[in-house]
Design a protein around this ligand. Sequence first.
Ligand code: ZN
Ligand code: MN
Length: 147
Amino acid sequence: MADHKKRVDIIIGKLRENGHKITPQRMAIVEILARSYGHPSVDDIHDHIKKDFPTMSLATVYRNIVLLKSFNEVLELGFPDGSNRYDGNKPDPHPHVICVKCKKIVDPDLDSLDEMTNEVAEETDFTILHHRLDFFGICSNCMAKKK
Ligand code: ZN
Ligand code: MN
């Protein structure tokens, strides 16, 4: 995981560079995205922030995510059912492991990814720009509940 404070600084820097004001509300969203603990959805972020900012709407959270996405400072994990999840801690494309039961999402540390990318490039004669790599399974928590 990237250092949370460093990620906050980078994201705030990008916002300032592009002429966006850092309001306390925006700061609260950035704080959560910089950690991206468990890869939150817009609803998760909204639920969290509502405690401190009861007037903050879901649309505001969403707008801020779209803005940060436009600077490539948050990675969006899209799913066909529309329940998108976000990673502002590691904004560059990386593999994910997803629990099909509880929807927990984890970043695996893969040593073989560079090798795989090279293999794909060689095999297809493509210049690889980025990738989408999701593994689906059942997490140990959900597995224990099944027994
Ligand atoms: Zn699970
Ligand atoms: Mn991730």
